[in-house]
Design a protein around this ligand. Structure first.
Ligand SMILES: *Cc1c(COP(=O)(O)O)cnc(C)c1O
Length: 353
């Protein structure tokens, strides 16, 4: 791969004692262009603003997809490994298909990510839970005004040293079950990581933060009764002795963390089911004393406990330090695997070589 290195690294500008999420970008980025019906060769160049026509279709009609994954520094050997990058590459393909974007080869995407992270590996933080977050984004660059799939695209991949998304929120999250707005209707783009799924959440997010909530719990678009997901996290509930997570009905994002949590729960002999889950059922479980725990799961936030959920002027409350809570255990397992402290039974960690 052609590499144009920076003359001087910006690494010294990073305050590693106080990392946020997405405040810094590493020295380099991958760039790759699609035109005349084919993807060209990717190359690595210094991270810098890109030139784009004001008529670029992505800017107007949102023909764009992205991904998010993390590279971790091993606690013992300090080596960098990528977490399940193959799953993110596969999901990028699915998102591209939904958005009529010609998907680049998954092997090209994975190789590009490896090369980038290898080159900028000094940017990877070493504290537990911190990581080098990798953000691939693919945008329609063709200048045109017709609403149709573009004929030119650009894939960019860059990285950012980050702490956990909710590192600054010290207590379990307070969610607002959203009864008015909808994130994704049936037949929409809910399962794709595409810009429009996030822009529609800004107004409701702003309002809910003003009302003192940490995040929104999205409900189904038809009746606002069934649980979907929260922000950039898939949701898990422990009811009695089973764990329930909403099934992938096309309106929620099929999270890699969600998939990993289901695998770990299976390893732990905990029964977990994927099915439709209504708010009424959760309130009934609370009344029956069977509502033990809720947590969100996503790459940016790992797993985070939910403390309360507001719905119909009523609160679902989850005991904070309930005996047998799974969230702290899952957190330790996931981070243990990611930092190479625990056996990687499912071959999730991918070395750079
Ligand atoms: C990215 C994302 C998730 C979590 O997916 P991971 O692969 O676990 O990071 C969940 N919901 C939404 C809306 C997302 O964008």
């Amino acid at each position: 791969m052609k590499i144009e290195s920076v003359k001087k690294s910006r690494l010294a500008e990073v305050d590693y004692t106080n990392l946020g999420f997405g405040d810094y970008f590493s020295d380099h980025m991958v760039t790759c262009e699609f035109s005349d019906g084919v993807w060209g060769e990717p190359s690595i160049v210094p991270f810098a603003p890109i030139e784009m026509s004001p008529a670029a279709l992505a800017l107007h009609y949102g023909q764009t997809v992205f991904e998010g994954l993390k590279a971790f520094r091993g606690t013992g050997d300090h080596k960098i490994r990528l977490f399940r990058v193959d799953r993110n590459a596969a999901r990028l393909t699915d998102s591209c298909t939904r958005l009529c974007i010609p998907a680049p080869d998954e092997s090209l995407v994975i190789e590009s990510i490896k090369q980038l992270v290898m080159l900028d590996q000094d940017w990877a933080p070493s504290r537990r839970g911190e990581a080098l977050y990798v953000r691939p984004v693919l945008v329609a660059t063709e200048p045109h005004l017709a609403v149709r799939p573009a004929s030119q695209y650009r894939l960019l991949i860059f990285s950012s040293p980050v702490c956990e998304y909710f590192a600054r929120v010290k207590s379990p999250l307070y969610l607002k079950a959203e009864e008015r707005y909808t994130r994704a209707p049936h037949g929409g783009t809910g399962y794709a990581k595409t810009a429009s799924n996030y822009s529609v959440t800004l107004r409701p997010m702003n309002d809910s933060v003003e009302d003192g909530f940490d995040q929104i719990l999205w409900l189904d678009g038809q009746e606002h009764r069934y649980v979907e997901e929260a922000g950039q996290m898939n949701m898990f509930f422990r009811l009695g002795d089973t764990v329930v997570t909403p099934d992938l009905s096309g309106t929620i994002l099929p999270g890699v963390t969600r998939e990993s949590v289901l695998t770990l729960l299976n390893d732990m002999d905990v029964t977990a089911t994927e099915r439709r889950l209504s708010m009424d059922e959760l309130f009934q479980a609370q009344a029956d004393g069977e509502l033990y725990e809720a947590f969100g799961a996503g790459t940016a936030s790992v797993v985070v406990p939910i403390g309360r959920i507001r719905y119909h002027d009523d609160d679902l409350c989850f005991p904070d330090k309930h005996h047998g809570n799974l969230c702290p255990e899952l957190y330790d397992k996931i981070l243990g695997i990611q930092h190479g402290e625990l056996e990687d039974r499912h071959s999730w960690m991918i070395p750079l070589e």
